[in-house]
Design a protein around this ligand. Structure first.
Ligand code: PLP
Length: 383
């Protein structure tokens, strides 16, 4: 029984595995969480171990309101913010509430492949929203919505990762953000904004969130401490329309269980109140920014001529488009792994089978010198 695993990741000896978008264990805030756990138990006493408030621990929601206000110029009030167990949980909870099996939901393509799994698990009918090298195409979205209307259908929601996208690293330009919230408001389609990488910005602040730009009722934004602190905490949040927040907060699940991840939320609140959050995230920006640079530069040097390598402004991923000649990303995978490097073929991130000549590389797990070696092995694999 001692071999039963504690974590999800499976290491393969000898392989630099750039398929995993997990944080580097050496960058997880062990000591800050230790201090915060003690502080939570000291400061909040037995309430740390009680059934929590259904909307999440008050001190964490208050810290978030203040933090988001400073970060984005728009602070959610107490009825606009709900603590979740992370974005995966928030997405599941939200879509269960707003949609029923068989309803149509638009998903930008390519997009975070595991969010697609969550939506498919709910029996939703998914349709791709077209993107280009700058992200979602709002003109194409208008056509898609008109096409659905002609068939007597409408989209209940649109899911997208507009900031430091997984997998492409791209951020949607401001004009498209503004046009998108206008279209959604007119169509009465809820935008589900996955904002997981906002604070891992390496070249200056991220563009404003769709939530901060939109009138109330148009956007539900999902945030998480998974990338900025630790995924194992299972603490995230939702800022969105008051009626949705109220329905989730007052629903049976959060009422019966007393909120979600209450203990971890209280620890997170204590960590943030002590000022450890900003210090930690600023260290992550320096560390992951250096990794982004190392991988990007080495890929430019080692990949075959004609490859296009994105330089993401934030997040965990570099996206590569291979030249037309030669093997596809999926065809080359076994050869790359034999040379000790792995990645995710880009097809995984498309709803409609495109992307054969693309691949995603995560730079989060490895030090710069390992990333340079990974790029060298990839170059060798294509050579
Ligand atoms: C775009 C995106 N959304 C959500 C998640 C998962 O978020 P959480 O750990 O908060 O459930 C990830 C993790 O890789 C991600 O890349």
């Amino acid at each position: 029984l001692s071999n039963w695993p504690l974590v999800q990741i499976v290491h393969r000896p000898g392989v630099l595995d750039l398929a995993w978008g997990h944080p580097d264990p050496s960058l997880l805030p062990l000591e800050a969480v230790q201090r915060a756990a003690r502080r939570a138990l000291d400061d909040y006493g037995s309430e740390t171990l009680q059934y929590g408030h259904p909307a999440g621990p008050g001190p964490l929601r208050a810290w978030l309101a203040d933090h988001l206000g400073r970060l984005e110029g728009r602070a959610p009030d107490a009825d606009e913010v709900l603590i979740t167990a992370g974005i995966s949980h928030g997405l599941d909870l939200l879509l269960h509430h707003i949609a029923a099996p068989g309803d149509t939901v638009l998903v930008e393509s390519p997009t975070y492949h595991l969010a697609v799994r969550i939506l498919r698990d709910q029996g939703l009918r998914l349709a791709p929203a077209v993107t280009d090298e700058h992200g979602l195409r709002v003109d194409a979205l208008r056509e898609t919505l008109a096409g659905l209307r002609r068939k007597g259908r409408r989209a209940k929601a649109l899911y997208l990762v507009p900031t430091f996208n997984n997998p492409t690293g791209v951020s949607l330009p401001l004009e498209r953000r503004q046009a998108l919230v206008e279209v959604a408001a007119r169509e009465k389609m809820l935008i589900v904004e996955d904002d997981v990488y906002r604070e891992l910005a390496y070249d200056g602040p991220a563009p404003p969130s769709l939530w901060s730009l939109a009138p109330e009722g148009v956007v539900a934004r999902l945030g998480s401490f998974a990338k900025t602190l630790a995924p194992g905490l299972r603490v995230g949040w939702l800022t969105g329309p008051r009626d949705i927040v109220a329905a989730l907060r007052d629903g049976g699940l959060l009422d019966s269980g007393g909120g979600i991840s209450h203990f971890a939320g209280a620890i997170t609140a204590a960590l943030c109140a002590a000022g450890d959050y900003e210090a930690h995230v600023s260290g992550l920006r320096a560390a992951y920014g250096a990794r982004r640079d190392a991988l990007h530069q080495a890929l430019e040097a080692h990949l075959p001529a004609g490859s296009r390598v994105t330089r993401p402004g934030g997040g965990f991923f570099v996206w590569v488009r291979l030249p037309e000649a030669g093997p596809s990303a999926a065809e080359a995978l076994a050869g790359a792994e034999a040379l000790g490097v792995s990645y995710l073929p880009g097809e995984r991130f498309y709803l409609d089978g495109q992307g054969a000549r693309t691949l995603r590389l995560a730079f989060s797990l490895y030090a710069p010198e390992e990333l340079r070696e990974a790029a060298r092995r990839l170059g060798q694999a294509w050579a």
